[in-house]
Design a protein around this ligand. Structure first.
Ligand code: HEM
Length: 403
């Protein structure tokens, strides 16, 4: 297909995904330039939108080692437990007095707090970002980043900003820029005042910048780009995944009962869920896999070819855009029986999981550009869903039909 001036390949089957993301992964490991990446990625200086090459490779390595390794993930285990305990406590208090709660906001604020504690070393209040609050700004950012932008496909129209997206992205990027500037300034100030605290990810990034030994261009814009990456990638994806899973659980009372039975057996009624329980909670794992199959939070993976390539007998020219339709692949009737039905039981005795080996289920992507936060994301999602189902009975409001 040709979208505007850009040759575009839509990948909608597991077999085709395997060709682009495994067999020819190296050729298609680039990200195309697009409007959102200029504004939110500091001209592609971040990892998510970054062009394939030494800078992207090094930054990915730093993030994987300093933030997303198994060691780092386990160091933050107590923090995750505390944050989820706080959520349960506030929900219990609200339930006691029959108060209505917006679960989307509550879930997003837990994942935001967890991300801020891991990446910035402390929590920030909603108003620290701006008067609209983090959740609203993040929602707007996701919508803008995912929206079809004419300028990306007709570059000569870019300057006209016919859809007003450049104007909106500029506004959002200013909000985020002020926020990350403040975080960096706080760290610099604390260091000057020699405040006792352990080194966090911001310090690591500042250290690389100040050492001048990165071996590649690395200034304050790069630090800000990667910090913003972690905030956007870490917070919204996990929150949206928890929301989808919980919605499916509420719509399927039989699934809720089965989950609660498993939790009773493995965890017991007198204690809350710990991360050490997760490996024994098989049905939670099936529920999360099934929910991610139907509702991937990154429904389209966007890659770009770095050179001409022959794929399955087709000539694909350099700079072609590849859109992997993860949403369609998860509902492919050739890969899944009754693909539209929510049925966690389909994973009973099946080895198909979300880790990128099985091309019919790739909610984290796979290959060189696959999600480096997979282990952390999956742990947060499983733990939150398990805890919420263990501590509360969920049902739809009066009169609403179940699935
Ligand atoms: C349930 C949670 C999550 C889901 C479903 C998810 C999903 C994804 C997807 C679909 C991609 C694109 C893959 C591709 O283009 O092939 C991605 C990339 C990425 N994710 Fe995640 N993610 C999650 C959590 C996280 C977390 C917690 C972090 C870090 C704090 C993170 C950091 C990243 C980064 C840095 C990239 C860009 C990788 C690159 O382009 O090299 N993600 N994620």
């Amino acid at each position: 297909m040709r979208f505007g001036t850009v040759p575009t390949i839509i990948v909608s089957s597991p077999a085709a995904a395997e060709l682009f993301l495994k067999k020819h992964d190296l050729v298609f490991a680039n990200r195309p330039h697009h409007e959102a990446s200029s504004y939110l990625g500091y001209e592609q200086r971040n990892i998510i939108f970054g062009r394939y090459g030494p800078y992207w490779r090094n930054m990915r390595k730093v993030v994987t080692l300093e933030l997303l390794s198994n060691l780092k993930i386990s160091q933050f285990l107590p923090m995750r437990k505390t944050e989820i305990d706080i959520l349960v406590y506030t929900l219990k208090s609200a339930a006691d007095i029959g108060e209505t709660v917006d679960m989307s906001i509550r879930i997003a604020s837990v994942t935001a707090d967890m991300t801020c504690l891991m990446v910035f070393g402390r929590k920030y209040a909603d108003k620290d970002l701006n008067e609209e609050g983090l959740k609203e700004v993040m929602k707007e950012t996701m919508e803008e980043a995912a929206a079809f932008n004419l300028g990306d496909y007709f570059p000569y129209l870019r300057g006209l900003d016919l859809q007003g997206s450049a104007r909106r992205l500029k506004k959002l990027s200013k909000i985020f820029d002020r926020f990350v500037e403040r975080i960096i300034d706080d760290h610099v100030q604390n260091k000057k005042e020699k405040q006792q605290r352990s080194q966090d990810f911001v310090d690591t990034m500042m250290g690389i910048m100040e050492s001048g030994e990165a071996g590649f261009d690395f200034d304050r814009r790069h630090v800000k780009a990667v910090l913003l990456d972690m905030l956007i990638a870490g917070m919204d994806t996990s929150a949206a995944t928890v929301e989808w899973a919980l919605s499916e659980v509420i719509r399927h009372p039989a699934v809720t009962k089965k989950l609660q039975r498993e939790l009773e057996e493995v965890v017991g009624l007198d204690q809350t869920v710990n991360e050490s329980h997760l490996s024994s909670l098989k049905y939670i794992d099936y529920v999360v896999r099934e929910s991610m199959r139907l509702h991937p939070v990154g429904p389209l993976l966007i890659h770009e070819g770095m050179e001409d390539c022959e794929v399955n007998g087709f000539h694909i020219q350099k700079k072609s855009r590849v859109l992997v339709n993860v949403w369609a692949i998860g509902r492919d009737p050739d890969a899944w029986t009754n693909p539209k039905t929510f049925s966690p039981e389909r994973f009973l005795g099946s080895n198909v999981d979300v880790r990128g080996r099985d091309f019919q289920l790739i909610p984290f992507g796979t290959g060189r550009r696959g999600c480096p936060g997979l282990q952390l994301g999956l742990t947060i999602v499983q733990l939150m869903v398990a805890q919420l189902v263990h501590c509360f009975d969920w049902e739809l409001p009066d009169g609403m039909q179940t699935g």
